[in-house]
Each structure stands twice: as structure tokens, then as C-alpha cells.
Design a binder for this molecule. Structure first.
Ligand code: DX5
Ligand code: ZN
Length: 220
């Protein structure tokens, strides 16, 4: 199984103190920082974009895992690469025939490439992107409807994770939405190894211990 990676979602952090929140998460044992970029169109919420990634990059060397909940991901590739993003996740629902081109441009810009699917999207839709010549490094299985932190984990998404893990033993498989000590065992058992967690980490008295619990479950 690929290495576990715990990625706190900075959406649940104090945006007015982003640099110190990022530093805090690294000190708590985070592997990646998950950055939720929303355009108010693909999802009914508006968050951050390239200027904030650029600003944060001046304060940290952390791996910035950018999740693009936007209608036109191609427009963001060059700016985000320049801003210092480490990974670029686009949604399969908005890409239609242009996926291979998009993956190619993400990778040639020096970022890792990943594809996300909403709860209503069949897992088969991403198979060609994992197997294609220009393939993704990771698949993100959404376990809530994208747009907001603090929603309930959808356990009925676990068959998608299982299917991906069965087909692709070495693929990074990420889950995002409602991950917490109470739900991690289901995701880990299904085969997820990259864990995004926002409210459960930032809402905890001891975020470091939540991160440790999440990691231990994936390692078990
Ligand atoms: C939701 C975002 C998630 C969100 C997760 O659209 O993609 O990354 O921040 O938050 P929690 O862990 O609170 O469900
Ligand atoms: Zn996310």
C-alpha cells in the first residue's frame, strides 16, 4: 500500500492567520496541507485562489495539495504552478474530453496531477485517467458534496475506494469530507491512504493526536 499521508484541510483554519495555522499543522505532524479552492460556480461557496497560495508559499515549504472546485480548471494551472502549488486536483465532472491535455499541462508545470469525483459520479469515469498515457498521480473520492467543511461522512462512497484499490494497488487514493477518528477505519479498510480532515482536526483540543489516530488507522 502507498504511504499514508494526512492532509489537514486549511478550510477549517483561521484564514486571517493562515501562515501560523499552516506552521501549527506541520508541527502537529501533517504530511500535506489541503487547500480548497472554490469559484462560487462549480460549488456554492467562494474561498481562496492563486494570490493566497502565493502568499502562503512565502511562509512554508509544506506540500500544498490544491483541490480545485472550479468550472474552468485549465485557467488555474499556470498561475497556481507559479504561486507554488505542489499538487493540482481537478474535478472529472467539468473536464469532458480535455482531461489528457489538462493532466499534461499540470505535470509539465511541475505539479502532481489528481482527479476528483463528486458523490454522484461513477468511479468508472476516472479509470481512463489512471490508465492513460498522461495519467494522474492520485484519485480523490469525495465523501461529502463539495463546497463546505463540517458535513457528515458518506460511508456509501467506500465501494468506489475499494474498487480503485483493487484495480490500482499502488495508486494514491484520497478521501475528503467527514473524516474523523470515528470514520477513518471505514476509509482505511476500503484502501484510502491520503486522508483530508478539516473540522475534526481543527476542532479538536489536541489536533496532533487526531492526526496520529488517522495515521495509525491507515497504517494498521
Ligand atoms: C469540502 C472540501 C473539504 C472540506 C473537508 O468541499 O473539499 O476539503 O474542507 O472538511 P471536513 O473534514 O470538515 O469535512
Ligand atoms: Zn477538499
Amino acid at each position: 500500500l502507498p504511504k499514508p499521508k494526512i492532509a489537514p484541510s486549511m478550510l477549517s483554519s483561521d484564514f486571517a492567520n493562515l501562515a501560523s495555522e499552516a506552521k501549527f499543522m506541520e508541527d502537529c505532524g501533517a504530511d500535506w496541507l489541503h487547500m480548497d479552492i472554490m469559484d462560487g460556480h462549480f460549488v456554492p461557496n467562494l474561498t481562496i485562489g492563486e494570490p493566497v497560495i502565493k502568499a502562503l508559499r512565502k511562509h512554508t515549504n509544506a506540500f500544498l495539495d490544491c483541490h480545485l472546485m472550479v468550472t474552468n480548471p485549465a485557467d488555474y494551472v499556470k498561475p497556481l504552478a507559479k504561486a507554488g502549488a505542489s499538487s493540482f486536483t481537478f474535478h472529472v465532472e467539468v473536464t469532458k474530453d480535455s482531461c489528457q491535455e489538462l493532466i499534461k499541462s499540470i505535470k509539465s508545470s511541475g505539479m502532481r496531477a489528481a482527479v476528483a469525483l463528486k458523490p454522484g459520479t461513477p468511479v468508472e469515469d476516472v479509470f481512463p485517467l489512471v490508465e492513460g498515457e498522461d495519467n494522474v498521480d492520485m484519485v480523490l473520492v469525495m465523501t461529502v458534496e463539495p463546497g463546505f467543511g463540517g458535513q457528515s461522512f458518506m460511508a456509501d462512497m467506500m465501494p468506489k475506494v475499494k474498487e480503485l484499490r483493487r484495480k490500482y494497488p499502488h495508486l494514491d487514493i484520497q478521501v475528503d469530507g467527514g473524516l474523523a477518528p470515528s470514520t477513518i477505519d471505514q476509509a482505511a479498510a476500503a484502501g484510502a491512504n491520503v486522508i483530508v480532515a478539516g473540522s475534526s482536526v481543527f476542532g479538536a483540543k489536541e489536533p496532533a493526536s487526531v492526526i496520529r489516530i488517522l495515521r495509525q488507522s491507515v497504517e494498521a
